[in-house]
Design a protein around this ligand. Structure first.
Ligand code: ATP
Ligand code: MG
Length: 279
């Protein structure tokens, strides 16, 4: 589905390569979380997937990014947008309308969706994100979480195979952040949309993502199913990623030979781990 091979990229005028020899394959239906400290190259990686690199940002580009078999170099972001939908970090500046339905219509009309299909696409998108009741609301009066859902709806309406999100919960409180991740899970599980999400909140990623990629200094240093990646918690810490406390607790217990089981990735699993310890 998305195959990145030997990808290196240095921004024009940049001192160092922002991406260094990246190899990763994201399969159809995956839910991939990308994590890493500031400047690790996460946003740059997303730009390379949605075609913003190399089409809008120029620089030294090596390797290839293939989406459904075709190279992003040969497809402008506008052409890719039907396949890869992107919600940017500053999603509010991505918005162009003052009313919810207009925001979604804007994208549909821009992508020349046939008139008789527009209403269905609009209501479907609002239903998938659970905000049908906000259809006629003024965007300025919505909460941060609701605005984020509007931004996601506008992209979902274009029916992309892949949804790429850059820190979608950056401005949100814990409860709205979970809501967004529940929505992403539903889009992934019910509607088969492949999700690639950059997120700083590791607990959310561990709970909702299926696989994890850890970036450091322009490289992907760890990648795989969440539970496997968490086994390398010390490498994550040295890349500036704070592991969930249950993971570091498991490491310590293992060091003391008090626990040998799998690394817990959520609270119920952590409880199981603690209960299994007999002193
Ligand atoms: N437009 C640009 N021109 C030159 N260098 C850039 C540009 N955008 C990013 N960079 C550099 O590329 C590197 C990777 O940046 P990127 O924005 O991808 O990191 P990030 O992991 O998304 O960080 P953050 O967590 O702060 O969003 C950094 O060293 C950054 O300074
Ligand atoms: Mg970024």
């Amino acid at each position: 589905m998305i195959r990145i091979s030997g990808l290196s990229f240095k921004y024009e005028g940049g001192r160092e390569e922002a991406l260094k020899n990246i190899d990763i394959t994201v399969r159809r239906g995956d839910f991939l979380g990308v994590i890493g400290s500031s400047g690790a190259g996460k946003t740059t990686l997303l730009h390379a997937i949605n075609g913003i690199i190399p089409h809008h940002f120029h620089g030294d580009y090596y390797g290839s990014v293939k989406v459904n078999g075709s190279d992003t170099v040969d497809n402008k972001p506008e052409q890719l947008a039907g396949t890869v939908g992107s919600v940017r970090q500053d999603f509010e500046s991505q918005m162009v309308s003052s009313v919810v339905e207009d925001e979604i219509l804007f994208g549909l009309e821009n992508f020349s969706v046939p008139r008789d299909e527009i209403e269905k696409r609009l209501t479907d998108a609002l239903d998938k994100t659970g905000i049908r009741n906000l259809r006629e609301r003024n965007i300025a009066t919505l909460s941060g979480g609701q605005k984020q859902k509007v931004a996601i709806s506008a992209i979902i309406a274009l029916m992309p195979d892949v949804l790429v999100l850059d820190e979608p919960t950056g401005e949100l409180d814990p409860q709205s952040s979970r809501q967004i991740f529940r929505l992403l899970r539903e889009l992934n599980e019910k509607h088969g949309i492949t999700i690639i999400v950059v997120e700083q909140k590791i607990m959310l990623l561990c709970e909702f993502a299926r696989s994890l990629a850890v970036m450091d200094g322009g490289k992907i240093i760890l990648e795989g199913p969440v539970a496997d990646v968490l086994k390398s918690s010390r490498q994550m810490e040295s890349a500036g990623v704070n592991c969930p406390r249950v993971v570091t607790l498991a490491d310590r217990l293992k060091d003391e030979n008090l626990y040998m089981g799998p690394v817990p990735v959520n609270i119920p699993e952590a409880e199981k781990m603690v209960r299994s310890i007999t002193l």
